[in-house]
Design a protein around this ligand. Sequence first.
Ligand SMILES: [Zn+2]
Length: 391
Amino acid sequence: MIERQGDINKSNLQICSRCIYDERVNGIEFDEDGVCNYCKQVDDLKEQFGTGQEKGKKALEDIISEIKKDGKGKKYDCMVGVSGGTDSSYMLYWAVQKGLRPLAVHYDNTWNSAIATENIRKVTSALNIDLFTLVVDNKESDDIFKSFFKASVAEIEASTDLALAETLYRAASKYKVKYVLEGHSFVTEGITPVGRNYFDGKYIKSIHKKYGSLPMKTYPLMTFWRFLYWTVFKRIKKIRPYWYMDYSKSEAKEFLSKEFNWEYYGGHHLENRMTAFFHSYYLPNKFNTDMRNNTLSAEVRMGLKTRSEAWEEYNSEPHMEEELLEYFRKRLKLSETEFDEIMSRPPRSWNEFPTYKKRFERLRPLFKVLAHSNLVPMSFYLKYCFPAKVD
Ligand SMILES: [Zn+2]
């Protein structure tokens, strides 16, 4: 269980002087002023993308015209991955407002909260946007989730993240569209350190092969070659508009509720029950990790919270719905005893299993070129193509 300490000035941990990342964060380094390398990464990206400045605005306008030009005569000109959460819902609105014609794409891992499903419906129907959903066989996706749980690795959500990426590529390819818009903002979220959220196709396959029991049939697995096919051969670009612009999550939230009767689900990424279990229970209780420090640190960097306010919130118990654990056990057919037994097994790390990580590192020059052409996200290059320090 994570050690919780309320007062930032009384902590015996080294904490970044600008955000609230502390010495327990993977790969963290502090400079002579006590500022962490992740704060510097945010500064560098702001500079590089011209976030909120004339440079960024201009770059984004060029991208928008390129998307429009390429999309002439096609039913859609871009894809937007949706979850029912704030960032992706607002992304749909933003795209329409800019005169783009997005197709909303959703990967349904069958653990959605009713609020998320309703949110997707409300926003897409009000904006008159078509929705492409890939629903995986729920027994199969549960078997993959269960295999990650049994393996005692942290990345229990890896299969969802990778499947959404593959689903977006499939939809883009089907409609001959070259652009995928992603509602990620390094300003409001930071670039999550690679420590406990690694994912790739080989990792999913190797964990599932060892600990799963059903064949993988409907799950959209993205292998290395498929990844190269989509990026190098099909040249489908990943664009993150929020990286270029001033984006305020709280304003987006307020706007969405007012405009679309969209509903907030009570916490970052908690629109899905597996996500909620991962963030509010699994990581803090088994891996001594609480990813709220990513958003909280970002809020401190943006001046929305003070360091002590953020630290206090980080050190409070995460909010969790009471029925969540029972729901998890029931869906994965685990008795209370089995659940407790697996929870108490020692944690293992992704680097103990076969992954593509070494291959990504070897191909770093290729991915650098791809990242600069927006064919893979810059965060993929920064996180996956360099050796990771993992404890
Ligand atoms: Zn920092």
